[in-house]
Design a protein around this ligand. Structure first.
Ligand code: PGA
Length: 254
């Protein structure tokens, strides 16, 4: 079964209401490939989710950037999966490296979050990726496998999961992974899924790349056999995000 190209825009902790409206206008006016060719999901900060959801074109979807690990309640400052479902927010990004590193989210905690969000009916963009030190030490695949295992141990149905491979050294640095580097990890990760989960999950789960993706490098990256799309940070706030969405065409003609 073909894996539909997926382009996510992670706006992180950026924007004012005015800026958000501008980005939405740009997206709404853009000519992009049809929904059969590409799935587009943008992720504004929580406070802008209702605004973006109510004004965004209907062929694009929204994601939250995080959610709480279990049912809501006395957890000051958190937002629960139930609340996202209540607002018809279909997607959530979990395990982003900024949260793993700065907020000390462990593999197990991220695995628990993914499992809980899925149990509530959310679709999940689950992020994995190694630091520069880990890459230089030759442990890239061990790190990525351990992060993925913590999810696999807790999840049985993968149909609502997209894995984002985001090498930490490439995030926000302008140092994009080469197409060969990205393909190598995506291929290994798919093999890991085949061996440890199932051949079907390996064949159907989308593995997207993130880390300094821009309008200039997206086509070559997207042309790699096991790169099923992108999670885009900085460039998702700019008009070039449209070019990145259009990179889905490279798979259509492949
Ligand atoms: P970047 O961020 O595109 O700005 O490198 C990607 C991400 O963190 O998802």
């Amino acid at each position: 079964m073909a894996r539909k190209f997926f382009v996510g825009g992670n706006w992180k902790c950026n924007g004012t209401a005015e800026e958000v409206k501008k980005i939405v206008n740009t997206l709404n006016e853009a000519q992009v490939p049809s929904q059969d060719v590409v799935e587009v999901v943008v992720s504004p900060p929580y406070v802008f989710l209702p605004l973006v959801k109510s004004t965004l074109r209907s062929d694009f979807f929204v994601a939250a950037q995080n959610c709480w690990v279990k049912k809501g309640g006395a957890f000051t400052g958190e937002v629960s999966a139930e609340m996202l479902v209540n607002l018809d927010i279909p997607w959530v990004i979990l395990g982003h490296s900024e949260r793993r590193a700065i907020l000390n989210e462990s593999n197990e905690f991220v695995g628990d979050k993914v499992a809980y969000a899925l149990s509530q009916g959310l679709k999940v963009i689950a992020c994995v990726g190694e630091t520069l030190e880990q890459r230089e030490a030759g442990s890239t695949m061990d790190v990525v496998a351990a992060q993925t295992k913590a999810i696999a141990d807790r999840v049985s149905n993968w149909s609502n999961v997209v894995i984002a491979y985001e090498p930490v050294w490439a995030i926000g640095t302008g140092k994009v992974a080469s197409p060969a580097q990205a393909q190598e990890v995506h291929d290994e990760l798919r093999k890991w899924l085949a061996k440890n989960v199932s051949a079907d999950v390996a064949a159907t789960t989308r593995i997207i790349y993130g880390g300094s993706v821009n309008g200039g490098n997206c086509k070559e990256l997207g042309g790699q056999a096991d790169v099923d799309g992108f999670l885009v940070g900085g460039a998702a706030l700019k008009p070039e995000f449209i070019d990145i969405i259009k990179a889905a065409e490279v798979k259509k003609s492949a």
